[in-house]
Design a protein. Structure first.
Length: 280
């Protein structure tokens, strides 16, 4: 009797393979992809895949292990993923472990769940730093092949002339090779705004020094689409689902090799660095 009831239950589940889990459009709307209605359209257009297969209307997914992509870009839906955006103050190290016992960025955000910094900023660099437990995003943001751009505002010695800015844009010969094309402008006296998509050690400082303008203060003002001029040094906040989705999308449309901008041209982002134009 028990066995036959089990078989009935099994048949029921097999006949309705989508009956468990959450509706795909609800999951993707919550993940910041688009409204439920828009997600349905995207499903019809074949832009969404679940575990490599085209998604279908009415589909339900188990968010703890479904691999969902939109236009080939992963959408993180697993429970427990956190994304902390920190405005790193000067004098704090980015490494998770510091044998010298200096203040660490991970001590500025909650200890649980454990997160790691995405890339690193020098101890004396300030500004936006992302910390997360999403390994896929860490990989996509730090691997050079994805080339997500980062924007820095540097206070420098002297007043950069057009020729120095041109060199920064075209490529600077450093001891570890020529830098890739970058965007460079001078938004004010003694200031350089630089957008790069490489992540070499002390790259901005070395580039500016190489063109005769050593950096006296350095702030990262943007990571791909992420900006937050209101976040104060030492403060952090969680990313919104839309910001997480935008970050993933930025890793799909790499700006590596993008055309160079004219001096002073906006470098994009959801809010191009308002509040960082003049260093306080
Ligand atoms: N470039 C630098 O020189 N330092 C940083 O911390 C980040 C980029």
């Amino acid at each position: 009797m028990g066995r036959s009831r089990d078989r009935v239950g099994e048949q029921f589940l097999l006949s309705r393979p989508d009956a468990q889990g959450e509706r795909l459009q609800k999951v993707l709307a919550r993940a910041g992809v688009a409204s439920r209605r828009a997600v349905e359209d995207m499903i019809r257009q074949g832009r969404i895949r679940v575990d490599g297969e085209p998604a279908h209307l009415g589909q339900r997914v188990d968010i703890s292990d479904a691999r969902i992509t939109v236009d080939g870009v992963p959408v993180p839906v697993a429970p427990g993923l956190v994304y902390r955006l920190l405005n790193k103050p000067s004098g704090v190290v980015t490494t998770a472990d510091d044998p010298q016992g200096r203040a660490k960025v991970i001590d500025l955000v909650p200890g649980e769940p454990r997160v790691v910094p995405v890339g690193r900023l020098d101890m004396d660099t300030e500004g936006l730093l992302l910390l997360t437990n999403d390994g896929e995003l860490v990989h996509r943001l730090t691997h050079p092949s994805f080339g997500v751009d980062k924007e820095y505002l540097a206070q420098v010695e002297g007043n950069p002339r057009p020729a120095a800015l041109r060199t920064l844009r075209q490529g600077v010969r450093l001891d570890d090779g020529l830098t890739a094309p970058a965007r460079a402008s001078s938004p004010g006296e003694g200031l350089v705004r630089l957008v790069i998509h490489e992540g070499r050690n002390r790259q901005v400082r070395r580039m500016c020094a190489a063109v005769g303008h050593p950096v006296t203060r350095l702030v990262r003002t943007r990571i791909g689409p992420l900006v937050d001029p209101r976040l104060k040094p030492g403060e952090w906040r969680d990313l919104t689902p839309a910001e997480v989705a935008a970050l993933y999308a930025a890793t799909a449309s790499s700006p590596a090799g993008a055309p160079l901008s004219a001096p002073g041209e906006s470098t994009g982002g959801t809010d191009p660095g308002v509040g960082y134009d003049a260093l306080p």
